[in-house]
Design a protein around this ligand. Structure first.
Ligand SMILES: C[S@@+](CC[C@H](N)C(=O)[O-])C[C@H]1O[C@@H](n2cnc3c(N)ncnc32)[C@H](O)[C@@H]1O
Length: 268
């Protein structure tokens, strides 16, 4: 497999992350969270009987959500060592094809109804070839839905996390795990404060993070501090990603005021 030179460390980082946080239980892997991720563009039941793919499947929570929503067949793309965890976690393996490839290598099936890429493209320095591969793999009229970190609405968080990541993305994984433990308690305090005060990211904290188990909150801290590359997209950049890839009817949603859900359609 050919990794792009500046994506290979990120892929390796994620492999280690998913070997450590290797289950998809609870709200983290629930259809309730999937509805939240798809909203306002899709409902899980619209995926019923569809042929779909997910680019960057990690430990497989989105694949299982797609299966629970009734997808006919799921192509799961995961380039890292997490493929082992993914294979273990999939609930209906007969309906899933797992591919250990990068997103740009997705075969040009040309017959998929939907492709999803949740929290992935912002970790790829040049995501255009992945968008192009998704375009080719969809049927005419098929849809590509992506979720990306946002820049707008994240000012205070970015002022904190960007300098911190300069250190944490270089830490060996056993040290990062200890660092996550240190950050866990201030996070709990912040969640409690959000219940009382209108603090930054309150909507996300109360409607998503607050519903996660302690282990999944640790995973989310790890996920923020770990990958070598992370980009925070402006609204314009997020839309351009799909419009440059020839998608039409592009719609964008500022999910919980801190991230972008973008959907585009392959012209018929
Ligand atoms: C934040 S995780 C998201 C996992 C999953 N989509 C979810 O929401 O639980 C990002 C995933 O993208 C994968 N990834 C990184 N670079 C990639 C690439 N070039 N092509 C496909 N996947 C990639 C990583 O290995 C990692 O598992």
């Amino acid at each position: 497999m050919n990794f792009s030179p500046n994506n290979d460390k990120t892929i390796k980082d994620f492999g280690e992350q998913w070997l450590r946080y290797n289950d998809t239980e609870g709200y983290f892997g629930s259809l309730e969270l999937f509805s939240d991720i798809l909203s306002p563009f899709l409902k899980p039941d619209e995926i019923k009987d569809c042929r779909v793919a997910e680019i960057g499947s990690g430990s497989g929570r989105i694949v299982n959500m797609l299966l629970e929503a009734g997808a006919k067949h799921v192509i799961a793309v995961e380039p890292s060592e997490a493929i082992k965890v993914l294979n273990r976690n999939i609930r209906k393996p007969e309906k899933v094809t797992c591919l250990k490839i990068t997103g740009d290598q997705l075969p040009a099936y040309g017959n998929l109804d939907y492709i999803f890429s949740i929290g992935v493209l912002h970790h790829i320095p040049d995501p255009a070839p992945v968008v192009e591969a998704a375009f080719k793999a969809l049927r005419p009229g098929g849809h590509f839905l992506i979720w990306l970190y946002g820049k707008e609405g994240n000012g205070l968080y970015l002022a904190f996390i960007i300098p911190l990541r300069l250190l944490t993305k270089r830490l060996p994984h056993f040290m990062l795990a200890s660092f996550v433990e240190i950050m866990y308690w201030p996070l709990i305090l912040y969640i409690n404060l959000c219940h009382r005060y209108p603090l930054p990211l309150r909507e996300y904290v109360l409607s998503v993070l607050g519903k996660m188990s302690p282990e999944k909150r640790r995973l989310i801290i790890h996920d923020q501090l770990n990958p070598s590359y992370a980009k925070y997209y402006t609204q314009l950049e997020a839309k351009k990603l799909l419009s440059d890839g020839k998608f039409v009817n592009i719609r964008i949603h500022h999910r919980h005021g801190y991230s972008w859900t973008v959907i585009g359609t392959k012209p018929s």
